[in-house]
Design a protein around this ligand. Sequence first.
Ligand code: ADP
Length: 494
Amino acid sequence: MIIVHAGSEVVPYSKTGGLADVLGALPLSLADRGHQVIIVSPLYPSVADKYKPVREPLSLSIRLDAQVHTADVYSIAVNEHATAYFIANDALFSRDGLYVDKNGIDYPDNAQRFIFFSRAVLVLLKKLGIKPDIIHTHDWQSGLVPVYMKALERDYYRGTVSVFTIHNIGYQGTFWHFDMPLTGLGWEYFTSDYLEFYGKLSLLKAGIVFADAVTTVSPTYSREILTPAFGYRMDGVLKTRQHDLFGILNGVDYAQWDPAQDRFIPHQYTRETLDMKQSNKVTLNKMFNLDTTDAPVIGMITRLAQQKGIDLLLGSINRILSMGFKLVLLGSGDKVYEDRVQKIAAGHSGRMSVRIGFDNSLAHLIEAGADVFLMPSVYEPCGLNQMYSLKYGTVPVVSTTGGLNDTVMEYNPSSEQGNGFKFEPQNAEDMLAALRKVLDAYHDRQRWQRLIRAGMAYDFSWKRSAADYELLYKAYLIRSYLHGFRDANGSTNT
Ligand code: ADP
């Protein structure tokens, strides 16, 4: 198959979160399975400076309302089966942050930036003469692609299947209705059946309504988002697509996250050399100025956002530390949380230490050096760090939501089955009860090592997820062939 993946961030070129990890790994896993893969994302300054992509001999021009914008196109041949294309427009994408300025405020022209990107993806493929079998887009930034495939670009993309993945339903790409003309779509698309969402324009809704198949990043999350508690008001819309909605767990890129060959940590290790993990703990303790007692170290690497359960953590921190744990936290995000965690840490020097910022190499050291990894998320579509933690022999303690629920199995001390500990989201007493169980297990050294080794044996590689996506693509290609092409109004047209 010819498979296109388009999205706003792709590892190693750009990253603010898990979306980038997925776009960096899934397309390459599909390429490994023999498919021809194209990845499309914007050209940010980080890409141009560091990876020196090659300028393609073509340019795109795209009308957004009254203005025509142009884009140059750059590319990198990733391997024999995969090419990454970058859409370049300095005025729109040459900025320090991907979506927000240095104060964490959304850029005021985000609608324009990503409407432009979504149009550019389809115009680019057409210019290159590529007729994909599948166009798979991700999150609100590329949510309009499935709409354009059935509207403005309908003739060219007839027979191409669109797949849209929701990585986090909390981010809906909602803009005031005055941005509607930028889309190039008529006002007939601004209805509650299509792009209108409580009086505004939602680019996430656009993807959900128009894609042939909608996926999200874990089976539990695919059920949760159909409920008002998790759906962020999009549950009603999703219910109308329930039969085309699937949960496929993200994978881990073990080329990046494997303690046996991790270049970011001082001591590589395997299940057989766990004493080296202990040496990483010593380095971590030093790096974070923690005291040298052999207390279990809890690690956290997280966006500092309400979703991640930071309130639950902050409300329980004194009790966690007085149970005998130490805590290291690496994170960035909401200024209010950044200030609060730093202030609390200052009152617990030697036992709790915080680094504010985004630091990949430190993230690897925390995974390697911590004993326990805490994820108290209010909701978690998939979550990657709990899977990294398992590989690094760092026991995950997580709330029972989304992908955390699907990947962490409660440890049973009698049977020694399971790989971590779970608690109810937003329930401080339950979290502390889980941490007490952790202490019991931790203090039985033999038992703890068996638990660590069992976790390290789990395989959450992309191979399995890529095979699931491949099945989905094939199923929808067959369906599209048998049913004929469904146009924007829902009528069929073979
Ligand atoms: P989300 O996408 O909701 O932030 P995920 O668990 O899916 O959460 O992915 C987060 C990714 O970003 C992981 O690879 C994690 O290690 C990384 N990450 C998050 N915060 C930081 C940080 N401050 N420094 C380095 N890496 C981080």
